[in-house]
Design a protein around this ligand. Structure first.
Ligand code: FES
Length: 578
């Protein structure tokens, strides 16, 4: 133990309630640990540190986390703590269906309850693949004991022939070429063999890297942790440093509620805009803020987007990958570039302010991390749009779209749901042109259900063969952070609950004006009212189990899609130990 640190005594540790008293129940707790080979000297009066590990054989991005768990434990031992590894649900983006978003709130609940019901004084949250980061943080915010986030880190850069491959983004790109008849089967197989280079999360600025960066901007992980690739030695050293630090955090009683403020959320939004982060970040940040009891609305994203230049030249918006970002200085260097936009007095998990953490950071490649005078785009990565088609808002990532489409009027080609889209999108007689607007309904939180990443709607093969590579597409779905194109997403309220998107019909004119932040369905109010009266609510997709809980309690996209009963800030009391 660092003798200068404790403000808590061993007897005041939460775990001491389980292990300290001279009674029958504590006898049981101690004797069973001794049955596992532990002695009093190992755990009694020491911070018990849980490693909430989202490792799984079915999570392709976290295959290195068992090894990292051992390295985190090493750090916990060094600092005088007692590490315990606790597996929690793993939300592997690639193999989990229908969508990991259906289970984000379940992992958040599990995180909170696992921390509550065990003799745990502090925790390391081990995650990275998309929803794992917000889920772990949401649960930890609600439990509010000392925690530190350990980012899984991104994969190394992939190569195919003389091309650099970025996960997700280049899969979409080369799939379009294959559908257009420009890529042979052999080349497609070579890309499949090459694009997953190593353990780690997608190495583009997809949702995983976005959320790791946001965790750091919030102050919830060690400086530059979000930028370190998954399989280099520095990632192992980060693991042991994280283990050492969480023990000190327990003695200092440094909790999420001591770190997360309106200022830290503003830092997270500004950073998200500057990195050209995933549109999914809005949903997760809204949920995190509500858990933390901090006011954050879609209007805040729009306001901060307008004043924040996009300075990270990373795919899918730009050119480079996460390994390049790390070599260019990483997130601390980027935050130093936008320092004037940040609240640098915000506290972070290492006990220092954000400003202190980024003070000495330097940019080593000015094409990867641009200056604010030479940005990739003059305003932030995600725009919030409103209009009669999306009264509660929707989002678009303009820097990932073809500029000519950002102001567009076209006729809708409507698909009622995803099976309808799959069945008809490539029919030769589909009445669609490059100027059409493809619309998908029933893809939101309740409609799909689960709010899947279907929003990069496919361009019909017959248009791909004509050379079309982008079209305006509108849905109440999300899209992968690795996706790109003129995709209007998160239309709220969603069609399944009777939002205006439900009323759109093929042939309707729609006007998109991204600069004006507007989306307009050019149909009279009278006609829309008639259609509304004729609309009938679809049957719920789940009638039992977790799915039913999800449908009954999930909020809409502009509210963060948390469960309404989990947003309550009333503290749930610790269990009585009988
Ligand atoms: Fe895990 Fe992309 S699949 S981060």
């Amino acid at each position: 133990m660092n003798q200068s640190l404790p403000s808590k005594s061993p007897e005041s540790l939460r775990s001491y309630r389980w292990f300290g008293p001279d009674d029958l129940r504590s006898f049981g707790h101690r004797s069973r640990l001794k049955g596992m080979g532990w002695s009093d000297e190992d755990y009694k009066g020491k911070p018990v540190i849980a490693l909430l590990n989202t490792w799984s054989d079915l999570n392709t991005c976290h295959s290195h986390l068992r090894e990292r768990a051992e390295e985190i434990k090493r750090g916990v031992w060094q600092a005088g703590g007692f590490p315990v590894e606790v597996p929690v649900m793993s939300l592997g983006e690639m193999l989990m269906k229908p969508t990991t978003m259906l289970y984000r709130n379940l992992l958040a609940m599990e995180t909170e309850e696992v921390l509550r019901c065990h003799p745990i004084d502090g925790a390391v949250l081990m995650g990275g693949c998309d929803k794992t980061t917000p889920a772990l943080l949401m649960g930890a915010i609600s439990m509010d004991i000392p925690v530190i986030f350990f980012p899984a880190g991104a994969m190394l850069k992939a190569r195919w022939k003389d091309q650099t491959l970025g996960s997700g983004s280049d899969a979409w790109k080369y799939w379009a070429e294959r559908c257009a008849g420009n890529l042979c089967d052999e080349a497609w197989c070579e890309i499949e063999n090459s694009i997953g280079r190593s353990a780690g999360v997608c190495m583009t600025m997809g949702t995983a890297s976005t959320m790791m960066c946001i965790a750091e901007a919030l102050g919830m992980c060690l400086p530059n942790a979000s930028s370190i690739p998954a399989v280099i030695a520095e990632h192992s050293r980060l693991a042991s440093a994280t283990g050492r630090r969480i023990v000190d955090m327990v003695w200092e009683d440094l909790k999420p509620s001591d770190i997360l403020t309106a200022g830290s959320f503003q830092n997270a939004v500004v950073t998200d805009m500057a990195i050209g982060g995933s549109t999914n970040a809005l949903v997760h940040l809204l949920a995190l803020a509500r858990r933390a009891g901090i006011s954050l609305e879609m209007a805040d994203f729009d306001r901060l987007s307008r004043q924040t230049p996009l300075v990270a030249n990373l795919r899918p918006v730009g050119k480079y990958l996460m390994e390049d970002f790390y070599n260019a200085g990483g997130l601390t260097a980027l935050m130093q570039q936008i320092r004037s936009l940040l609240d640098v007095e915000q506290k972070t998990v290492n006990g220092k302010t954000l400003g202190e953490n980024i003070q000495s950071a330097e940019v080593y490649d000015a094409d990867v991390i641009r200056t604010t005078d030479n940005p990739v785009a003059s305003s932030g990565g995600t725009y919030v749009l409103h209009g009669n088609l999306a009264p509660d808002g929707c989002v678009i990532k303009p820097a990932a779209a073809e500029a000519r489409l950002l102001k567009h009027r076209g006729q809708a080609v409507v698909f009622e749901n995803y099976p309808d889209l799959k069945a008809r999108i490539n029919q030769e007689d589909l009445d669609v042109t490059a100027d059409s607007i493809i619309v998908l309904k029933s893809a939101g939180p309740q409609g799909a259900p689960g709010f899947p990443e279907w929003g990069m709607l496919p361009i019909p093969n017959k248009l791909l063969k004509q050379g079309v590579r982008d079209m305006v597409r509108i849905s109440d779905a999300r899209m992968s952070g690795t996706s790109y194109g003129t995709c209007v997403l998160h239309v709220s309220p969603e069609s399944h609950v009777g939002g205006p998107l439900a009323l759109v019909r093929t042939g309707d004119w729609i006007e998109l004006n991204v600069e004006q932040r507007s989306i307009h369905l050019d149909v009279s109010d009278e006609v829309l009212a008639q259609r509304q009266r004729a609309w009938t609510a679809p049957q719920p997709k789940y009638v039992r189990g977790y799915g039913q809980v999800f449908l009954k309690h999930v909020t809409q996209a502009h509210q963060g899609c948390d469960f309404d009963f989990l947003e309550d800030r009333t503290k749930t009391s610790d269990p009585e130990i009988f």
